[in-house]
Design a protein around this ligand. Sequence first.
Ligand code: SIN
Length: 303
Amino acid sequence: MVNTKVTLSGLTLDNPIIPASGTFGFGYEFADLYDINILGSISCKGTTKEPRFGNPTPRIAECTDGMINSVGLQNPGIDKVISEELPKLAKVYSKPVIANISGFSIEEYAYTCEKIDTHPQVGIIEVNISCPNVHNGGMSFGTNPDSAFEVTKAVKAVTKKPVYIKLSPNVTDITEIAKACEAAGADGISLINTLMGMRIDLKTRKPVIANKMGGFSGPAIFPVALRMVYQVFDAVKIPIIGMGGVSSARDVIEMMLAGASAVQVGAANLIDPFASKNIIEQLPEVMAKFGINSLEEIIGGSH
Ligand code: SIN
């Protein structure tokens, strides 16, 4: 019998599989399909201080082995998330969850973090400084070590819960950003968010996406994500949640060998709502095939 348990900042997860923010709603939407309690945890839909309608449509473009989104952080706002969405999730999911928050100023990040901190089911706060689809926020905080430091410091000041900072791959050196977050007190790093991309419609000769560009995700970005997890593992001592194009149990094991302590599944959930469940079910067989008794033992094992 193999051991799939992993630990993240003192939280023990039954397995490392976590549906990624923005690809699994607030989790309860999937509870009619299967028992979502098999999931290691859930990273909930990104939440901001105010409700957001998101970007104009079209905001999705298909690509070979992936997709581009420009959703624009659509969400009901922190108050409704606390009063309506998380209570619905609590009815069908009994484990600690990851709250994913975004903002347009350092004060907004801190405000939303302080509010979500009060929710008992939130085990980890994931701070998104990497959304490529909004102006004056999101990724603009995650592409500069100084602003990454400032956001991290501000959110750490208002919560005692573990804070993981979600990083953008759209930078020259991701290790500089990760080190700045660690220096400011981050408890962990989540990486990677989407890569900036675009498509052009040959009939209209215009960008497919109304916002012109968006974030590219899916299996095509897996090697980029893996490389960045590998680099960040060498650069910091805090745990990493790896993500980016993960679509199989083999991908999960690769991510963990690169240095991830847990793994998020993103675009795969949009292709197949059972993707995270299938990966969890595949894991023991793939572990046995490669002689892995315990997943915790392989973290960073490729270095
Ligand atoms: C979005 O809402 O635009 C996607 C979220 C993200 O990329 O961080």
